[in-house]
Design a protein around this ligand. Structure first.
Ligand SMILES: Cc1cc2nc3c(=O)[nH]c(=O)nc-3n(C[C@H](O)[C@H](O)[C@H](O)COP(=O)(O)O)c2cc1C
Length: 205
């Protein structure tokens, strides 16, 4: 694979030279399938995060990235690593495929190395009856290996095809709003705590 042009990070709020009073939340869209619902689910969660003054957001859509499955370091590998490296927390938006998470998401996870370390990771999942929670349980095992802290609070959409209208709006938002608020509260606590810890002492792997 040849090196690809780095996609625009899309972080709103501050750049690398700006003040660090705001935290950066990377929201990773884990499905790349044609006709996917992932962008609607991620868009809904991003709107919640953007209402929080403490967060700047970076939407990372895996469908926009060239991440070689042979992990040769080409394509958008460096750009993705930089964006995860710049994040204080990551929320993975994942569907459930055959009781697991999408293969493209695993490639993305494996593509990035130490940039994951000592960061909180939260999940917004969706699917059929289990709401993607089987995918999330597996992702917790994977992210433990990467020295992340996975956040217990989750947002989960069961029967997801009935939950979003044609404009990407939730038909019954109350429960999901409460779950998203709880997830963002917890991410804020962990992101602040771990940002302080990383500043005090580099995390070695
Ligand atoms: C290949 C495939 C396998 C699926 N397997 C499951 C499953 O095991 N459990 C489940 O609840 N939903 C399953 N679904 C339904 C998806 O979770 C649902 O279609 C979801 O919208 C997929 O995310 P996407 O639209 O972002 O691709 C599956 C869908 C696909 C395409």
């Amino acid at each position: 694979m040849t090196a690809a042009t780095a996609p625009t990070a899309g972080v709103d709020g501050h750049g690398d030279d700006g003040p660090r009073d705001r935290l950066t939340l990377a929201v990773l869209v884990g499905s790349v399938r044609a006709g996917r619902l992932g962008p609607s689910v991620a868009g809904w969660f991003l709107d919640r995060a953007r209402q929080r003054p403490e967060w700047s957001t970076d939407l990372i859509d895996l469908a926009d990235l060239d991440l070689p499955a042979d992990l040769d370091g080409g394509g958008h590998t460096a750009a993705l690593a930089a964006r995860i490296g710049a994040a204080d927390a990551i929320v993975v938006v994942t569907p459930e495929y055959n009781h697991a998470y999408p293969g493209a998401l695993k490639t993305a996870i494996d593509t990035v190395r130490e940039q994951w370390s000592a960061k909180p990771v939260g999940f917004v999942s969706y699917g059929g009856t289990a709401g993607g929670l089987r995918a999330v349980e597996q992702l917790r095992l994977v992210f433990a290996e990467l020295h992340t802290v996975t956040v217990r609070e989750t947002v989960s959409f069961a029967a997801v095809h009935h939950q979003f209208d044609e404009h990407g709006a939730l038909t019954h938002p109350d429960r999901a709003e409460a779950s998203a608020a709880a997830l963002l509260d917890r991410l804020t606590w962990w992101a602040r705590a771990l940002a302080r810890a990383r500043a005090e002492a580099p995390f070695s792997t």
